[in-house]
Design a protein around this ligand. Structure first.
Ligand code: ZN
Length: 436
């Protein structure tokens, strides 16, 4: 297959964004969005700290300039400028001198089971401070050792939370939402691969003439998605589907997380597409843990949301550690997942949705000359012999606005074009309308 994505460009962008310290809010997020803006024309937006968004409140803006820990010899044993994951995100400022390690040990986080990796930790809604380090480094600090601890961070209640959005208008006003999250610091597969992937997908779509409109957003996870939905309450009516772009650049198998709709028509098609790329692709049924599909799929919105992954979050040992870096993630892996997305978009773009204009019970076909004259003779036909009546009944039954004609043709085991004369007839009878 001919992959249209430029691996060198993806690689360069990964390397540009990777070192930036991102969080729920702050300058790192703005810097990230501005770099995305150099590639695609996103609008940069801000929601003020303190604003209520459904059940949540936009937090104070957090920024960090420097942080380190020095041992008793004055050597820096932790340095934020080397690894930005080594400070707990949203840490309060602190400066302690001559403090025994054993007295502040609970502020230090490490992973005994993977002793060479620094864990990624956040404390967004509980004000505290903390450092993250490898277990091996931690083992070198004696309980009685006196440390100097410094975090130069700040909270601004007059700050804001930044996000970016781009609407790529298609011929239809119905939309496909591509959502990625910008809140993780230097972690490559979780978060960054999705941000980079969304940027290049958008760049590609901008050169196409898609039938559906594509809305591409870059928000902090959870609160950003909730805030975005609160700013765009009509989104769920016009959004056909959402794709959560994340963990799409690891060396492991391709996979997809299913939407909350059991047997959603796209699941089977996505599996057919994935099978062409990776015989060992993984299927992750929907569950309530995960990423922003939790928001888009919630009862108030119910947007079917799917993720195509390559080493899905939770599934790889580098997840949420400093080992989720650019040795682990490669531009070519991202390009592969992007190509899968393109194949899915090609399929979606051809889909047309009709709505039954007389949906309250079956319509009276006889008075419109759509029913055979002689009653009592109609038996359900076998698969080889589909009558026009079968097509009429199935098309009217299934045309709920969310089932594409392609799926109705599959149910009838007919090629799509065989449905079209009947569909046109039903449109003329004003029983059916194409959703534009
Ligand atoms: Zn994460």
């Amino acid at each position: 297959m001919n992959n249209p994505f430029n691996i060198n460009e993806i690689d360069a962008f990964l390397r540009q964004l990777f070192p930036i310290c991102r969080s729920l809010t702050g300058e790192g997020n703005r810097k990230t969005l501005k770099l995305i803006q150099k590639l695609i024309p996103i609008e940069l937006k801000e929601i003020p700290s303190g604003k209520q968004v459904y059940d949540w409140t936009i937090p104070e803006e957090w920024n960090i300039r420097s942080a380190w820990v020095k041992n008793s010899k004055g050597e820096k044993i932790i340095d934020f400028t080397k690894f930005n994951v080594s400070v707990v995100s949203y840490s309060t400022p602190i400066h302690l001198k001559n403090t025994k390690f054993k007295d502040i040990e609970k502020h230090f986080h490490s992973l005994p089971e993977t002793p060479n990796s620094i864990p990624y930790r956040t404390s967004y809604y509980n004000k505290t401070w903390g450092f993250c380090l490898t277990q091996n480094e931690r083992n070198k600090i004696a309980p009685e050792e006196e440390l100097e601890v410094f975090i130069d961070s700040s909270f601004n209640e007059n700050g804001s939370m930044s996000y970016g959005e781009l609407l790529i208008p298609g011929k239809s006003e119905r939309e496909v939402l591509l959502s990625s999250y910008i809140c993780h610091p230097s972690l490559a597969n979780d978060s960054l691969s999705g941000v980079v992937g969304a940027t290049f997908l958008a760049q590609h779509l901008l050169k196409q003439q898609p039938y559906y409109s594509y809305r591409v957003i870059f928000v902090p996870e959870t609160i950003g998605a909730i805030a975005y939905l609160s700013q765009n309450p009509s989104l769920s009516q016009k959004t056909l589907l959402a794709f959560i772009l994340t963990t799409m650049g690891g060396p492991g198998p391709l996979g997809y997380k299913q939407s909350f709709i059991h047997n959603h028509h796209l699941h089977h098609s996505i599996e057919t597409i994935l099978d062409n790329y990776d015989r060992n692709f993984k299927v992750y049924p929907f569950d309530i843990h995960g990423s922003d599909e939790r928001q888009y799929s919630s009862p108030g919105f119910r947007i079917p949301s799917i993720s195509i992954t390559k080493d899905k979050y939770y599934e790889y040992s580098e997840y949420h550690t400093s080992a989720d870096n650019l040795d682990y993630v490669k531009a070519e892996y991202i390009a592969k997942t992007l190509d899968v997305y393109l194949q899915i978009f090609k399929l979606i773009d051809k889909d047309r949705y009709y709505i039954n204009l007389s949906p309250y019970g079956e319509v009276q076909l006889g008075k419109r000359n759509l029913y055979p004259q002689l009653g009592g003779t109609q038996l359900p036909s076998n698969a080889k012999d589909v009558s026009e009546l079968d097509i009429i009944l199935q098309v009217l039954f299934s045309s709920d606005g969310n089932t594409p004609l392609r799926v109705i043709a599959d149910i009838l085991k007919l090629p799509l074009q065989d449905l079209m004369p009947t569909v046109d007839k039903l449109v003329k009878e004003q029983l059916l309308a194409l959703i534009k």
